[in-house]
Design a protein. Sequence first.
Length: 117
Amino acid sequence: MAMLRLIPKLFYARIEDGLDLFVDGLGFAVLHRDDDLAVVARDGAKAYLVQDADYAAKDRPEIAIETDTIDALHADIAARRPQLLHPNLATVQDRPWGAREFAVRDGTGVCVVFRQW
C-alpha cells in the first residue's frame, strides 16, 4: 500500500480566480467543473478549487509543487502570464536549503512555489 500524492483544496470567493491562476496562468487542464468545484491537473500535480467565500476569507495558502524541469517551467509561465510571477521570487533562485525555486501569486494572495531539488 502506498500513498501516491497529497492534493490541496484551495478556496476562492470566485472560482474563476482559481481557474485564472491554475488553468490560464499555469497551464493546468480542467478535469471536472461544476458550480462550486473544479478539479485541475498538469503532469502529476492536481488541485481542487472550491468556491466558498467564507473559507477564502480565512486563509490564502502557499503551496509548493516539485519539478525536475524548473527552468523550462519558469520560461513557460513567464511567457504565458509574467504578471503572475511573485515579486519576491520572480526568477529561478538557488535557495540556502539546496533547492532552486521561483513563485507565482494570484490577485487573491494564493502563492505557488515551484521547487527543484
